[in-house]
Design a protein around this ligand. Sequence first.
Ligand SMILES: NC(=O)c1ccc[n+]([C@@H]2O[C@H](COP(=O)([O-])OP(=O)(O)OC[C@H]3O[C@@H](n4cnc5c(N)ncnc54)[C@H](O)[C@@H]3O)[C@@H](O)[C@H]2O)c1
Length: 441
Amino acid sequence: MSKICVVGTGYVGLVTGTCFADLGNQVTCLDVDHERIDKLNHGEMPIYEPGLEQLVSQNVRSGRLFFATDYQEALKEAEYAFIAVGTPSGNDGEADLQYVRAAAEAIADTVDWPIIVINKSTVPVGTGDWVAEVIQQRRGDHPLEFSVVSNPEFLREGSAISDFMNPDRVVLGSLQKEAAQKVANLYQPLRCTIMITDLRTAEMIKYASNAFLATRISFINEIANMCEALGADVNEVARGMGYDKRIGPSFLDAGLGWGGSCFPKDVKALEHMAVLHGTQPQLLQAVMEINRNQRRRAVMKLRKALGSLNDKTIGVLGLAFKPNTDDIRESPALEIIHLLQNEGAHIKAYDPQAMENAARVVQKVELCDNPYQVAENADGLLLATHWNEFKQLDFARIYQIMKHPILLDGRNLWDAEQLKSLGFKYMGVGRAVNGTFHEEE
Ligand SMILES: NC(=O)c1ccc[n+]([C@@H]2O[C@H](COP(=O)([O-])OP(=O)(O)OC[C@H]3O[C@@H](n4cnc5c(N)ncnc54)[C@H](O)[C@@H]3O)[C@@H](O)[C@H]2O)c1
């Protein structure tokens, strides 16, 4: 059993801390957000993540998982301090490291015993060295015995616990191999591939992985747009490509583009790093531009179908950036809502989990209790997030209650033929054969 402190109780920190507790360690999760910690101490989850509430409560009851706002309390006798705070985009797209700095300084101020500091936040290449400098500077004449290990996180919101417990790989980077080996021991119960490398390489692996996945999505979206122009079906194209073992089927779903708390900021941060160091990230720039266009194309399709968007009511199904999360950061739905509103459209919307978060940021959006309220009197209906509960709606009823039976299936979730036979004008993404753009032009 090891003593671990996890700094930051967001999607990554809370899942990491809870899973390490479940593996038999004694873990204290620390956050500067008192409301978050109060909630957790009362058994309430500050975020929605399937299975998390139960796992937290089991480990709290077993006396292995604690929550605190005080660094003294949280770091008491800790051998490992995981930094899992946010690294949002700064003004120029660079990663904003103010929270990482604050966490590193607070660790330096608190600890007086040997400790391993582990960067789990996604941080620019070179940040591990910088964290070591921050700690050394903070300690001044009272040096601390510590090591810095980079341990980028690859979990996905919505399946975070299972991703943590069954990782494809764990990446550890450090100049101090002994420290990296100790962190590897924490992951030993998972019986997974553990790759130990140097600090900067580990940091780059995270950015390169996210940028590659974003590239695959932008690639298939570009192909989808060609499919619309040329009369092919992108779903089938992706299926045909995915059978090729060199390609594989994942991250080839055409749609409204990638969003969320990671891809947009990480691709931007990688581009920023590249430019800053004199290389030309042309591919990344195109990947981002294709993604922006994908939102604009959705608006264009609705505008085209309705003549104009001014004074039209558009219903939006889904606000979270993907299903099974309440996270709305950089959600395509919200960006499209904004673009639609700019053209004078009224918006009604519903999401199974993200309504509370959305209510804080959207303006002039009628938030509804269910998909049917959204569809009522709508001139067009946009499927923005492919939640399971949107898979099998009562479309005959929706046809009756919409003002104009226009559907834009932004996730290619629905059966185009069935909907057309009910009388809908159906538009998907890259599904020309099934009757989108190509046929209508
Ligand atoms: N969300 C994901 O799916 C995901 C996946 C892989 C990697 N990451 C990376 O992990 C990091 C965390 O992401 P997240 O989505 O969990 O963030 P988040 O915004 O959900 O949570 C961050 C938490 O850190 C807390 N915090 C900020 N400063 C602090 C400080 N000085 N001391 C203690 N707590 C502090 C905040 O109050 C907040 O609760 C980011 O770098 C992100 O890029 C995220």
